[in-house]
Design a protein around this ligand. Structure first.
Ligand code: ZN
Length: 135
């Protein structure tokens, strides 16, 4: 079961410059900055009410964010939905024939277990499923 949009991920070239821009726009500073080694990204998270924005900058050319920015401008990279049970959701979507980037939950940023749907399966939108590790 999907609960809500947990965050929107935005690919940026210069996270320090983008932190300033989004601090101006949102009126709050990022509440956390985190390196995700497995994805070769540095992230920062902003919270406004229930909504979160994740900025992502590549740390190497192997990063999915670097590859995204080779083909696209900076901008919206993915939409993350909070799910009650990530393994169940992966199984449900695979059962319906959707292609997953990750068929097992993996450690993501911000204390989450995450799995991505392949954008080929979802109208070109990269969809992230995420669940609090504590749940
Ligand atoms: Zn995300």
């Amino acid at each position: 079961m999907l609960r809500k949009i947990e965050h929107v991920g935005i690919a940026v070239k210069d996270i320090a410059a983008s932190n300033r821009i989004f601090t101006d726009i949102l009126g709050v500073a990022p509440y956390k900055s985190e390196v995700v080694e497995s994805e070769q990204v540095i992230t920062s998270f902003f919270q406004v009410g229930e909504s979160k924005i994740e900025l992502l900058q590549a740390l190497s050319n192997d990063s999915a964010i670097a590859k995204f920015l080779e083909k696209n401008r900076e901008g919206i990279h993915h939409i993350a939905f909070e799910v009650a049970d990530i393994s169940k959701e992966i199984a449900r979507l695979k059962g319906l024939g959707y292609q997953m980037v990750h068929s097992q939950p993996k450690e993501g940023a911000d204390g989450k277990l995450v799995a991505f749907l392949h954008p080929k399966s979802s109208n070109g939108v990269l969809v992230e499923l995420c669940m609090d590790k504590a749940e």
